[in-house]
Structure formats: C-alpha cells, structure tokens
Design a binder for this molecule. Sequence first.
Ligand SMILES: *[C@@H]1O[C@H](CO)[C@@H](O)[C@H](O)[C@H]1NC(C)=O
Ligand SMILES: *[C@@H]1O[C@H](CO)[C@@H](O)[C@H](O)[C@H]1NC(C)=O
Ligand SMILES: *[C@@H]1O[C@H](CO)[C@@H](O)[C@H](O)[C@H]1NC(C)=O
Length: 823
Amino acid sequence: MSGTAQIIITVLDELLLFSVLFLPSVVGQVSYTVPEEMQTGSLIGNVAHDLGLDVKRLKSGNGRIYSGDSRNYVELNVDRGALLLKERIDREVLCGETTPCALHFQIVLDNPMEFYSVTVEIKDINDNAPTFEKNEIKFVISESAVVGAKFDLERAIDLDEGINHVQSYVLKPSDNFSLKLRSQADGSKNVEMVLQKALDRERNEFIPLVLTAVDGGEPQMSGTMQILITVLDVNDNAPVFTQPVYKATVAENALKDSVVVSVKAEDADHGLNGKIEYSFTNALDDVRRIFEVNEENGEIRLIGRLDYEKKKHFQINVRARDNGGLTDSCKVIVDVTDINDNEPAIKIMSKSTVISESASAGTVVTMINIQDPDSGDNGKVQCFINDNIPFILKLTSNNFFSLQTDSELDRETASEYNITVTCSDEGVPSLSSSVTLTLQISDVNDNAPVFEMSSYEAYIVENNTPGVSIFTVKATDADWKQNARVSYILEDSSVNGVPVSSYVSVSADSGVIHAVRSFDYEQIKDFRFCVKAQDGGSPPLSSNVTVKIQIQDQNDNPPQVLYPVQTAGSVVAEMVPRSADVGYLVTKVVAVDVDSGQNAWLSYKLQKATDRALFEVGSQNGEIRTVRQVTEKDLLKQRLTVIVEDNGQPSRSATVIVNVAVADSFPEVLSEFTDFPHDKDYNDNLTFYLVLALAVVSFLFITCLVVIISVKIYRWRQSRILYHSSLPVIPYFPPRYSDTLGTGTLPHTYNYEVCRTTDSRKSDCKFGRAGSQNVLIMDPSSTGTMQRLQSEKSILDEPDSPLESPPSPAASLSPYRSLMPTL
Ligand SMILES: *[C@@H]1O[C@H](CO)[C@@H](O)[C@H](O)[C@H]1NC(C)=O
Ligand SMILES: *[C@@H]1O[C@H](CO)[C@@H](O)[C@H](O)[C@H]1NC(C)=O
Ligand SMILES: *[C@@H]1O[C@H](CO)[C@@H](O)[C@H](O)[C@H]1NC(C)=O
C-alpha cells in the first residue's frame, strides 16, 4: 500500500462510512468495502464527501479515475460525487485465492493537479457451492478386502473462501464405510473412505454411496458425488447340493440315455467361482459303467444296461466342485424296479424218454425245474401240461414239479405222447415258455393174440392129397415186436381115438392148416380141434380157437347091391308064376351107396334082358315088375341085368344079374338052372387061380426063409472072425416090427404101408403113395427111434439080410418094408 496517509472509510450498508484524510494538493486516501456481486450502478461511496471535496471542484477539476492498465470496475459520478459500480464484480474471478481482495485506483483532478487513492475491498459472499470434479467415481473392491482398508476420495472444490469454503464431508449410507479426513503436510485435508465391515458379494454386489461436501456459508451450500462400489467375487462359497440324498427309481428296461435323476448344487459365488462341475466319486463298483453324470447340469443318465436280477440298488456318490476347488458331495440312491423280462426257464431233469406201459398211476416220469429270476409276481410261475393225456404235473417243492402218470398207460392205444409243459409267470404282460417232451411207451406183453374169428369152419373134399393146405387161421396181437409175434400151435386132442395131429398140422408161423392125410368122407365127416395162438412175450399169452373141418363127399364109391345077393357058385332066381298079371312085382333090387347126397342117390335101369318087353325096373326104387301078361311062349329062364347108378359126377354104377324063372313049380326051375355054363366056368377058374396063388406064395415064403437063415449063419461066422474085440453090440429092433397091421385099413383096397426113415424127429407121419389109392398109416411107435442108415447102398448090396442087426453101433436097417399085402 502506498500512501502517506490512510483514511479508512468503512462503508456499512447504505451508510457509507468514509474515513477521509484530506491532504491539500497532495494525496488523499479513502477505502471502501463492498461485497461482491453487487449490481451495476450500486453506490460504493460518496467519495467527494469523504475526501472533503466540493462537487464543483470535481467538475472543474475534471475529476476522473485512474486505474492504470487494470480493469476499471468503478466509475465516478462527478455530479453526485459518488463512486458507482460500473461492472459486477466476482471476487473469485478478480482475486482467486488471494485475500484480501481489493481494487486500488486513483481519482485524479486537474487545475490543480490533485490525486486521491481509493481502495475498494471486495468482500466474499457464499456464492459458490462445493463441487466435485466428477459426478461419480467407481471402485472395484474384492469382497475379501480387510476391514480398515482405505480408499482415497477426491476432495470437493469450493471457490469461496473462509467460512464459505468446504467445511465437512458426509458419506451415506455409512454401514460399511466410514470417512476419515487426514491432514496433509501442507495443511490441506485428504478425504479417505475406510472399510468398516467386510463386504459380501453374495449379499450385495453393488454398493452405491453418496459423498456430500458442505461449506460453512450462510446459507450453507453443498455438493455431492456418487461413489459406485462393485464388490469383486472371491471363491468364498462352496457348492451346496440341494439335497444330501437323492432317490430315484428306474425300471430295469429303461432305455439308454434316459435321465434317471438330476442333482443340483448351488454356489453363491459368481462366474467361474460359481461354476460347478459334477462327477462321480464311486471307485470300485460298476456305477461308472451304467450311469453318467452330465458335468454341467447334473443330469444322471443311463449309459449301460440295468438288470434287476443282478443288482437292485445303486448308490452313486456325486461330487460338485466349483472352479476354485471347493466341493460338496451327495448320495444318489437308485432303486431298480423289476420288469417281467425273464420268461420261466423249464429244465427237464431226467433224460429218460421211455416209460413202460405197465407203470402204475402216479409213477414219476421226470422232474421239472422251473426258474424265473424275476421277482414278485413276475417270478411267480404256473405250469400246466396239454390236455387229454394221462399225465399230471404236481408241484413237489418250490420250483420243482414232478410229471406223473395219471392213469394206466396203454401202448396199444397211444405209443407215444408229446407232453408240452407250458409255464407262465404272473407278470403283466405275462411271459411264458414251453418244452415238449416226447415220451415213448414201451411195450409189455399185455395183449393175447386174438383170432380173427371166434371159430373157424372149413371144408375139404375127401381123397385130398396129403399135405394140401386146407385154410389159414390168423390171429393178431396188439403188442409190439416180439410180444406180438404169433405162433400157431395145434392143441392135442383126439379124433375118433387118433391124435388130431395125424389129421392136420398147423404151420407155426403162418397159421396154415395142412391136411396130413387123405380124408375119407365115408369114414369121417367132420372133426374139431383147437389151435392155439401164442405170442412171443415172456410170459407168453395165448388164446385158442375151435376149428371145424368138414369133409366133403366125393363120388368115390360105386353103389353096392345088397339084394339079390351075388354068390359064387349058386344061382338065385326069382320065380314068376305064369299066371302073373301085368305089374307083378318080381323082386326089388336093393342097393346102397356109402357116399352121400347126390353121390348116393341111386337110379336103376334095365341094362340087358332076355326079353326086354317083359320086365321093367322102377328107376327110383329098383322094383322089377312085369310089363305084360306072361305067356306060355316066354322062356323059363329069364336073365336080367340091372344097372344101378348113382347121381355123382361122374357117376358110378354097379350091375346086378337077376335070374327070373317063369314057372309054376320049383322042380321045373331047378332042372333048368343047373346048367348055367357061364357061371360054372367062372367058378372053376376062380378056384384054380386061388390054389395057384397059394402055392406060389408058399413057395416064395419057404425060399425066403431058407435064404435068410443061410445068410444069418454066414454072417455070424464072419463076425466072429473079424471082430474079435469086445465092442459093445447094441441090438437094434426096428420098431416097425411091432406094427399093428390092419388098423386103419380100408376095405376094397390093398393097403400099403411105406415107411421111410429119416433122422427128423419132428414128423412122425409118413405117407406113401400106391397108385391112386392112398392110405396113410400112423405109426406111433416110430418116433425118433430109427437111426439113420449108414449107407443105403450097402444095405441094398445085401438085400437078403434086411432083418440082421449088424454088430456095429451104426446099425443099418432096410429103409423099406417090402410091400406086404394085407388081406
Ligand atoms: C455392509 O456390510 C455388512 C456386513 O458385512 C452387510 O451386512 C451389509 O449389507 C453391507 N451394506 C452394504 C450397503 O453393502
Ligand atoms: C410228437 O411230435 C413229433 C414231432 O413233432 C411228431 O412227429 C409226432 O407225430 C408227435 N406225436 C404225437 C403222438 O402227437
Ligand atoms: C383154450 O384151451 C384151454 C385148454 O385146452 C382151455 O382151458 C381154455 O378155456 C381154452 N380157451 C379158449 C378161449 O377156448
């Protein structure tokens, strides 16, 4: 401040207080104080008065303001002698931080030159609010920041000075942070924000704060700034499963890839710290082969096959892990539910497929084992077998059934059964399976052979060839193979005292019945016998049937004339009186025929007659009657030949000569009949032949006897010479020498017995043939006793020793009995 004298004029409101130092012709000095921001034209002070100047002087002296080159905010009103504000004054612009703030200028007067110093002090008013440079500031603070951590804040700016300057700061809300002002070395104060309580991002991620700066002016002014705090996440939270244990059920047939259950863990942290990865921690079991967890969303899926029958429960340990390595774990219990996916398995325990038909009801055929691994109803199994077979299925114990016969079996009705065992479980839908067992029924000899007919009747014409087959019996046996092999056996019986085996034989294999002999109807008309059919079982079964054989007649016998009797040597004659009338019954030819039926139906005919006109023969009854009146002319001796014919095919006949004497007295007849020359010749011849035959036979017999004896003697001698040794001599007596000749012979024929020896012991019947007349002779004693001829030839070489028993045991025998006539 320059000036020698200073008058300090204090201007107080309207009243301007001047402290004027009047220095004549030199310098006066005056001061004023005005607040800033006064309106243009406002009075600063009555400078004339204060300086003690006259207004006229101001005018005349051309009073003016001199402010050098600084800006002139003030003007001088010379008329009023007052200082007026020329321009609005902002202290802050004018002075900035300089205090005190004043304007210095001079008032200059001319004529005489005078100048006065004026100081106008500008007083501050609170016209500026505190301000912050930025409206908001941002902080990123980790939630792990420790309590007490400090954060610098910007100071607020307030252009005003003094009390009008920033006096204090306020931070709101203040629960987590507090404010601290720190004095700097230069006296200024730093504003700091201090963490009071730890942050938790999980509760508040963004914290907005407001910092307010206030000054001390009147009225008080303030400025605010937003502070935005972003809390940075720290992995301070572990994942947490929503449930400690999860439960799930899944059907064993669940498809691959189906979701079993979802586990979920939550992590309060943010971003990577909250990113959870799920995994299994099961190590030993097969969980990892069957399940899979989605790392990101915790879905547990099926990747393998489930099988209730193998495993019913799974315990899965799931771990959730966040990026920071914090973990939690939970258990997942998976119950597998059974699905009826197994059909019952049927196992037949025995391998035998054959059962005897004699098995009684209740015989166990086989045991059957059923297995169904499913549980509950899915594993409950019902079994049954097909209907209409004589078997039943019985439950013996759990899962074991026995297949038994229900009734008697009969192979002849059914030789084989297909037994189908069907088992089904009670699941929904039910599964079933079946097994077929083919059971063979083995045969037992329980059926006797059965003849096709209850009795047989057959016919054979007599005079058959021996050995001819008559007919066949047949029996069938319902059994099998050997048990059904029928053989036929002729049952022993006798027919007319003769064993039936001498009449017929039965072929064991074929049942063909053969005639053993030639039958004669006139001897036997029918006979019965029994044939037994026997099977090959053990023991054998048999049945028998009666066979009746009827022999049919053949016309093999000519009629036999019983009357008139034909005698050799004598002549019988019927007498007809000459007086006999027409139709006089002379005699009756009586003839019989041993045949029967047509073969025995006889008819009579007159074949030859001395006088055909005189006699006739009744063709049916054989009555010989006169046809006309006998006259004197008729010869005495009448000879009629009557032929008797049977009706057989071809017919057989016999003739008879009937002598008729036509005379009235017996002597007359006698004389006539003595000379029947023909008859006499006949008788003589017959007698002669008989005598001759007798003589020849006797001669032959004696010759034979002589020869035999001489040979015997010769042999006896030879053997004594040759066989000196004591070889045993088996005497041999041919059995046929005890033959009862004459049995079984038939009249009218010569019977020949022809016996051939064989070594066969089966047949004791031999037949020979002698011409057309066949006779069979049974020899019951010859069975098996004949020995084989050593050599037929050697015997034949010595034909004259047929009865000799040779000393050698190999006895020889003439195979032939010579034809011996049996008269
Ligand atoms: C301040 O911290 C406490 C405890 O740490 C908390 O509960 C509260 O929510 C926080 N306030 C704000 C505004 O973040
Ligand atoms: C049993 O089954 C077999 C084979 O299928 C068949 O050949 C046979 O005829 C059947 N038997 C019966 C008695 O049904
Ligand atoms: C078979 O013959 C035997 C004895 O010969 C007899 O006992 C039995 O009754 C006969 N059977 C029949 C069916 O004729």
